[in-house]
Ligand binder design. Structure first.
Ligand code: SAH
Ligand code: F3S
Length: 448
């Protein structure tokens, strides 16, 4: 039995890829280990979306260099988006790396590890970054969470926002056939999964390449009809593609959670145009209004980039106003980071770092204010919580999420993990809601 230590950086797509990596290696008798010291194979599943993410990987590789000096037999691999972007540069900056593997090559990982081990002098460098269209093999039994699973429905992206590397690292957009998605969800449900999250960079563009009218709305309905699945989520929405059919499907299908992650990126039309986001504030406002009208109680989350080239003080104020206008239940705020190979790298990166930092802090403070107000307005209400496990912040409590993706902590028991329970909300901090399970349900559990 050999051991693999896997570190995952970046988005949910990477979390899913890490699961696929462990699944592929399980068939070669590799078992995951938390300790890098025990490992025969160390893999970094990487992210290139901002420079900071890459810096973290190079710093981890620095630490691994010392380990490899002590244990030359250790195999070190870099997989994922950075592997795709940097290729040979990784091998020259970090010559102790044995394997560089793009996201399109993950299912061949075991064969590549064998190649590394079978080279002359017992070693060979392997670099594999060809982008293939299809890779969706999944070892259903090698999952990190028994109750929840990600399911990739679209691979890649064709939008080419001027700041973004994803179309380069993940390749062109490609929708997976509905029958394959449904078969995978069925297999997951048969294995006990209760909640699935459908993943795609522009998930509402799902199926456009089929040209037969089958889109995300239809897929949501079909996924929700699978027995055993109690909740269906989907991320990430793009304001240009989120259409009324999708909104209607969310609204008419009780298992589909009333939650949209629909990044706005900036509240200024001039900045949105330079980002080539393909929508303006009027379109975004229309989508939010339509979503709130069609799906009562819908919760909407966003991403923002601050300090994009040419972002003036007025442009930035427009982003502040947008958070207040749309009352996002959460926003992820990023400082603009120029990325090699993107169109925006040609624009002067003219917002100074201290100003980017300041704008980031201001947007975060506004986001938190809106959230605290929302949390306060929820106190006293009953919410359905799908129990995920013990709370990281308070190990005496259990945590789970509402259908609107709010995090709730409460007094629980191990048998509740994977169940939906009803919680009455009593207090809140900026990030978390706290409550108690309703008496009737608590008694039911005691009675068994
Ligand atoms: N299609 C995905 C985008 C993935 S990248 C989505 O819409 O969520 C996730 C987020 O990272 C983006 O929404 C954007 O806010 C941020 N981001 C992407 N490239 C960036 C860059 N060069 N600098 C700063 N933030 C960036
Ligand atoms: Fe990136 Fe824009 Fe696609 S943010 S993933 S290019 S929608």
């Amino acid at each position: 039995m050999k051991k693999v230590h896997l570190l995952t950086y970046g988005c949910q797509m990477n979390q899913l890829d890490s699961e696929l990596v462990l699944g592929a290696l399980a068939s070669e008798d590799y078992k995951p280990t938390e300790s890098v010291q025990d490992a025969d194979l160390v893999l970094l599943n990487t992210c290139s979306v901002r420079e900071h993410a890459e810096d973290k990987v190079y710093s981890a590789l620095g630490t691994l260099k010392r380990l490899k000096r002590k244990r030359p037999e250790l195999v070190i691999g870099v997989v994922g988006c950075m592997a795709q972007m940097d290729r040979e540069a990784i091998l020259s900056k970090a010559p102790h790396v044995d394997l560089v593997l793009g996201p399109g090559q993950i299912d061949h990982l075991p064969a590549f590890v064998r190649q590394v081990l079978g080279g002359e002098n017992g070693r060979r460098k392997v670099l594999a970054t060809e982008q293939k269209e299809v890779r969706f093999a999944r070892n259903i039994r090698a999952r990190p969470d028994p109750n929840q699973a990600f399911v990739e429905v679209i691979r890649g992206c064709d939008v080419h926002c001027t700041f973004c590397v994803v179309p380069m690292t993940r390749g062109p957009e490609y929708s997976r056939r509905p029958e394959d998605v449904l078969a995978e969800v069925q297999a997951l449900a048969d294995d006990g999964v209760r909640e699935v999250t459908l993943l795609g960079q522009t998930v509402d563009h799902y199926g456009k390449d089929f040209r037969n009218g089958y889109g995300l709305g239809e897929l949501l309905r079909d996924v929700a009809s699978i027995d055993g699945i109690v909740r269906v989520r989907f991320i990430t929405s793009h304001p240009r593609y989120l259409d009324d059919r999708i909104l209607a499907a969310i609204s008419d299908t009780p298992k589909v959670c009333p939650y949209l992650h629909m990044p706005l990126q900036s509240g200024s039309d001039a900045v949105l145009a330079r980002m080539k986001r393909k929508y303006d504030m009027a379109r975004y406002r229309d989508r939010v209004a339509r979503a709130r009208e069609t799906i009562p109680g819908v919760s909407i989350a966003s991403d923002f980039i601050v300090g994009f080239p040419g972002e003036t003080a007025e442009d930035f104020e427009a982003s502040v106003r947008a958070i207040l206008e749309f009352r996002f239940s959460n926003s992820f705020i990023f400082k603009y980071s120029p990325r090699p190979g993107t169109a925006a790298v040609e624009f002067p990166d003219d917002v100074p770092p201290e100003e980017k930092k300041r704008r980031n802090q201001v947007l975060l403070a506004v986001t938190n204010r809106v959230r605290e107000e929302e949390h306060r307005s929820m106190l006293g209400s009953l919410v359905d919580v799908l129990v995920e496990g013990i709370s990281k912040r308070d190990p005496a409590k259990y945590m789970g999420r509402t259908r609107t993706n709010h995090i709730v902590c409460f007094d629980g028991q191990p048998e509740l993990v994977g169940q939906e329970v009803s919680v009455k909300l009593a207090s809140a901090t900026t990030l978390t809601l706290f409550g108690e399970r309703t008496k009737a349900e608590a008694t039911d559990i005691v009675r068994g």
